[in-house]
Design a protein around this ligand. Structure first.
Ligand code: NDP
Length: 241
């Protein structure tokens, strides 16, 4: 049996983060849920505890380094260690570059890149001090290819892969995993303002896999023996091009 781990999950109020929290808690891990919509993470944590799992929640905006640091420091204080951080929080307000949606570009950079870096900054010293730990970063199929309207989103997800590979190369004690999902049924497309682009993405989402499929990939990576570092998992609908 895999020993119970302390797992911090950002963006746990919906979609992949929520599904991962539920799966890992059902497998006996202690999950610490973070997101901005506190009432939602509170409800998920309550449901997990009612089902016999170990879960707690803390409001978190990953664009704030100090918020991310106190999220991690609190977990470290309460549980003595952080075994895994899942840097999952992300946004995808797609638009063509011509639309000059500069605020959306900046938001994607702030959440999808800075948020991941803030997560790493918050846990890396703690994991290095212990000589163990695991950082799981959510990239995407869009971290492997670029499509129209997704230039900036793809850039952020390419960045997640670059940062993860750099961290892996610099580490002999900490495991680093990139999860690159394809279409997954979540709330992610709600953030697309352009009606036509949102409709096109939702059309593609008709073949989407459930968020639990991505959660299962994360569970696989973190439950391997400590000398086994699963570096990347690409998981997408069978029928996705
Ligand atoms: P959801 O929109 O369902 O979930 C996104 C999560 O990110 C929410 O819990 C949201 O919580 C959180 N979030 C957004 N901004 C912040 C912030 N500033 N601080 C903290 N949390 C934040 O989408 P998914 O579950 O699909 O997305 C999860 C990850 O998976 C993302 O990184 C996404 O890019 C990636 N991904 C998703 C794919 C898909 O097809 N669904 C495909 C490939 C990758 P709140 O608003 O409460 O803060």
């Amino acid at each position: 049996m895999v020993p119970s781990k302390v797992v911090l999950i950002t963006g746990a109020s919906s979609g992949i983060g929520e599904a991962t929290a539920r799966l890992l808690a059902a497998a006996g891990h202690r999950v610490v849920l973070g997101a901005r919509r506190e009432e939602r993470i509170e409800a998920v944590a309550k449901e997990i505890r009612a089902a016999g799992g170990m879960a707690e929640h803390h409001a978190l905006d990953v664009t704030s380094l100090s918020a991310m640091r106190s999220f991690a420091a609190g977990a470290q204080e309460r549980h003595g260690q952080i075994d895994v951080l899942v840097n999952n929080a992300g946004v995808m307000p797609l638009s063509p570059l011509d639309a000059l949606a500069v605020e959306d570009w900046n938001r994607m950079i702030d959440v999808n890149i800075r948020g991941v870096l803030h997560g790493i900054a918050a846990v890396l010293p703690l994991m290095r001090a212990r000589g163990a730990g695991h950082i799981v970063n959510l990239s995407s199929i869009s971290g492997h290819r670029v499509d129209p309207t997704a230039a900036v989103y793809s850039a952020t997800k390419f960045a997640v892969r670059a940062i993860s590979e750099g961290l892996r190369q610099e580490s002999r004690d900490i495991r680093v995993t990139v999860i690159s999902p394809g279409f997954t049924s979540t709330e992610l497309s709600d953030g697309i303002r352009d009606n036509d682009i949102r409709a096109a993405v939702r059309e593609g989402m008709r073949s989407a896999i459930p968020a639990t499929a991505v959660g299962a990939a994360i569970e696989y990576a973190i439950t391997q023996p400590s000398e086994v570092d699963v570096n990347e998992i690409v998981v997408r609908p069978t029928m996705q091009a």
